[in-house]
Ligand binder design. Structure first.
Ligand code: AMP
Ligand code: MG
Length: 416
């Protein structure tokens, strides 16, 4: 019985479905506003008070009673004594006596009795007395309490992604915290005895560890908290020891390397005996060898991504990103695709979904492949900004064909 017989590949969708079924949104808790940037509100938020909270001036000018100035014209101005100045945050004058005016600054509360503000431009800007050359209309330049938000209004629905504008509103309403789901803590491990830290010298047979930076940065950009553990040699005991040590701080583990058919496939060798991690081919290129399951007492989800950097990154995009988004309570889980016309003819292997690195030109709706199909081509990966998705049953496309494209830097970030 050939235990070397390769299992039949599962589809990208099957793999993703299995992953999404295995992860749940993390618990929510009230967090300081700045920590919630890019996350979804876990609960609806109502307004504890109205906005504006009080009637206030929309201009720098004079608070008046309309009845006192209604006859004012350039030819026949009205003169009023100025009884005080009302500044934003410095509003001692609460009531405007009849027959008087008070200087008032933008945002300052209008005193009782005042029903219009005359802008400086219609006056002589007098300090003791003011000359008013034009009559305002009722409530002119007065911002009414509650005209924007009314106390008790639902201002943020559960699930709303909290960007700068939403956080600004929450702060304006006096909320110092907002309930959001915890950011997943993602532990990133690179495996490979050939790997060296950037900054370290290389031997004739070693390379720098690009993947742990690639994947930790991707996790952080997605909104997660990334712990880049760095390099683990190709020894199952060393890998299991590193994993064990890291599990206490992990909501997700992402490894790279050691899952293909080589003689030193450390991740497979270490995790297979546990029986809790599935390994197998997924019908995609690059990124065919995949693994997903859980490890440790707390059943921490683990993604064992292939070692080639392009494969690792595309696997992150297709499988890890959606899982992290689900854990953060964010939808959609995957990047939205756009359509574009190919600038060049391409070929693709049968039975596998190909993801070609490409440049997307949104202005003219075209997409041009960059670099080659090799999964080691990190230069091409960094140069590209999109992926052309070639379906499993398509083996060739002419220039001009309309294809589905995933922009790799589209606004799907839970950034923080
Ligand atoms: P593996 O699946 O471990 O055989 O790795 C496949 C290829 O990816 C090999 O050429 C590795 O040297 C390379 N590779 C694995 N891990 C990394 C990494 N962290 N950074 C850069 N290249 C890697
Ligand atoms: Mg390796």
């Amino acid at each position: 019985m050939g235990d070397q017989a390769a299992p039949a590949p599962i589809t990208v969708e099957q793999h993703l479905e299995r992953i999404l079924a295995a992860v749940e949104p993390l618990p929510a808790a009230a967090q300081p506003l700045m920590d919630a940037l890019g996350l979804a509100a876990a609960e609806p938020v109502t307004a504890p008070h109205s906005l504006p909270a009080f009637d206030n001036s929309a201009m720098d000018g004079y608070a008046v009673r309309l009845a006192d100035v209604v006859t004012a014209t350039l030819e026949s101005p009205v003169h009023l004594p100025v009884v005080g100045a009302i500044g934003a945050g410095a509003a001692d004058l609460r009531v405007l006596p009849e027959g008087t005016a008070a200087k008032i600054m933008t945002g300052a509360p209008v005193p009782e009795g005042c029903d219009a503000v005359v802008p400086y431009e219609w006056t002589d800007r007098g300090a003791e007395h003011v000359r008013i050359d034009r009559a305002p209309e009722l409530h002119q330049h007065v911002r009414a309490a509650g005209e924007d938000v009314t106390e008790g209004d639902l201002v943020i629905e559960a699930g709303t992604v909290l960007g700068p504008r939403q956080l600004g509103l929450l702060a304006s309403l006096g909320h110092a915290r907002v309930a959001v789901r915890h950011r997943p803590r993602v532990v990133v491990l690179s495996t490979g005895s050939e790997l060296r830290e950037p900054g370290q010298p290389l031997g004739h047979d070693s390379i720098h560890d690009g993947n742990s930076y690639l994947l930790a940065a991707a996790a952080r950009r997605a909104g997660a908290v990334a712990y880049r553990v760095g390099i683990v040699p190709d020894q199952p005991e060393a890998f299991l020891a590193a994993l064990e040590e890291q599990l206490v701080r992990a909501d997700v583990v992402v490894t790279s390397g050691g899952v293909s058919m080589g003689d030193y496939d450390v991740v497979k060798a270490a995790l297979r005996p546990l029986g809790t991690v599935w390994f197998g081919p997924v019908a995609m290129q690059p990124g065919k060898p995949q693994g997903f399951g859980h490890v440790g007492e707390d059943r921490v989800p683990i993604f064992t991504l292939p070692g080639n950097p392009v494969s690792a990154y595309l696997s992150f995009e297709l499988f890890v990103l959606p899982a992290l988004r689900k854990m953060m309570g964010l939808t959609p889980w995957s990047r939205p695709a756009v359509s574009a016309r190919l600038t060049h003819a391409i070929t693709s292997p049968p039975g596998r979904r190909q993801l070609l690195r490409a440049h997307l030109d949104p202005a003219d709706g075209t997409v041009s492949p960059v670099g080659g199909p090799g999964s080691h081509l990190v230069g091409g990966l960094a140069d590209a900004d999109a992926l052309v998705v070639v379906p499993e049953d398509v083996t060739a496309l002419e220039a001009g064909a309309v294809v589905s494209v995933l922009p790799m830097d589209s606004g799907l970030e839970g950034g923080h």
